[in-house]
Design a protein. Structure first.
Length: 201
């Protein structure tokens, strides 16, 4: 997520993120590169893994820029509504944009089995994916094998992966996991829609 503002606004943005995610962000004047772009400062050793890259306003740059990477561990510290409200403020007041948006759902009732998803893939009973895939994995000497079904590619703007989380987690999470990755314009579109969604419906 990229956010732009004055030096004062950048401080307010950092405070908002820290308060929402119960995070501690410390900056160091270490030059860093993110997505091929150079930044004059970055955060290190945050409490929950949030990473922030910073370019301050200057004579050549009216607005400063903050780039955030917020992993699941950081987002887990807040409710969905709290995260949505934080992102809505960043989008509406500070013109935040999103370059990557990841989501995951665990279907504990296993409404759709992996076999049903694979059958739909084999029958071309899906839309908006030009590339599909199927992969099996396992450990030597064990009969149980993990199955992963994919729609889209890792380099496309949208990518869906479906697999049995109970095998991947060694029985800790007994669910079918749906993981989606959005990038580029698609990520920003999903981000904008997500910031106005009512999670209590």
């Amino acid at each position: 997520m990229a956010v732009y503002g004055s030096r004062l606004e950048m401080g307010n943005i950092i405070t908002l993120v820290q308060d929402t995610l119960d995070e501690k962000i410390e900056f160091h004047p270490n030059r860093a590169t993110f997505d091929g772009k150079a930044y004059e400062g970055c955060s290190t050793d945050s409490l929950r893994g949030t990473r922030v890259y910073c370019n301050h306003p200057s004579a050549d740059r009216r607005w400063g820029e903050l780039r955030f990477k917020m992993p699941g561990k950081a987002l887990a510290a807040a409710t969905m509504n709290e995260i949505r409200d934080m992102c809505a403020i960043l989008r509406e007041i500070y013109s935040a944009t999103c370059g990557r948006f990841d989501g995951a759902i665990d279907d504990y009732s296993k409404t759709l089995s992996l076999d049903a998803v694979k059958a739909a893939q084999d029958a071309n009973n899906f839309a908006h994916a030009e590339v599909i895939g199927y992969h099996e994995s396992g450990e030597r000497g064990k009969r149980e094998r993990g199955k992963t079904i994919t729609f889209g590619s890792r380099t496309s703007e949208s990518y869906l992966r479906v697999y049995d989380k109970s095998i991947e987690s060694h029985g800790e999470i007994d669910a079918i996991r749906y993981e989606v990755e959005f990038k580029g314009d698609k990520a920003d579109l999903v981000f904008r829609e997500w910031t106005i969604y009512d999670f209590q419906r």
